[in-house]
Write a protein of this length. Sequence first.
Length: 134
Amino acid sequence: CERRVQMFRRFANFVNLFAGAGVVSASLSSHQDLAVISGLVVAVVTSLDFVFDSSSRMALYRDLQRRYLDLESRILDEENMPAEKIDAERARIERDEPPEHSSIVQIAQWRVRSTEGHEPSKLGRIAWFWSLVL
């Protein structure tokens, strides 16, 4: 998921840079329509980035990943770490995780069944837009 968020951020930054340069160059020339269109592109992409809040999502996933890795290193360092302590720490980390999307679960189950050799016609359908986004 973090890679997807990073890809979106890079794409948004590229589009904003490109369209922003278009606004400046078009406003300095006689192409006022191009300046308006480029400005609208910048506004739409920036709004999408704001609505989806990709920066905070990426920070959350990095924090969760760091916490899981810290737990793993403590488990490896302490030979006789009680299972209750491990479960309690894991539960604290999982409490901060964002809720699952049912479509993500459906795609994961579909991929598992397809790797197990089930016929594609019997795997069920996934909405086309989820396969693009996820």
